[in-house]
Design a protein around this ligand. Structure first.
Ligand SMILES: [Zn+2]
Length: 69
């Protein structure tokens, strides 16, 4: 998964974070990528934080979608 900003022709940084589904608490493999210049910036940390706070696993996301229809 890519989060944040990757500039054209920019190298990507791959990193692993612990992500838990915010609905069922399941641990999700957190292999993420972002652009080299964005990695570890203040904005990056905020975005990563928000990403983790809002993350739903595939099952819960499907479930939500079905409920909204
Ligand atoms: Zn879930």
């Amino acid at each position: 998964m890519i989060i944040g900003r990757v500039l054209e022709n920019e190298k990507r940084v791959k990193f692993d974070v612990e992500i838990h589904c915010n609905n069922c608490g399941k641990n999700v493999p957190g292999g993420l990528q972002t652009g080299e210049s964005y990695f570890q910036t203040h904005e990056f940390r905020i975005e990563l934080d928000n990403f983790k706070k809002n993350y739903l696993c595939g099952i819960c996301r499907d479930h939500n979608r079905r409920n909204q229809q």
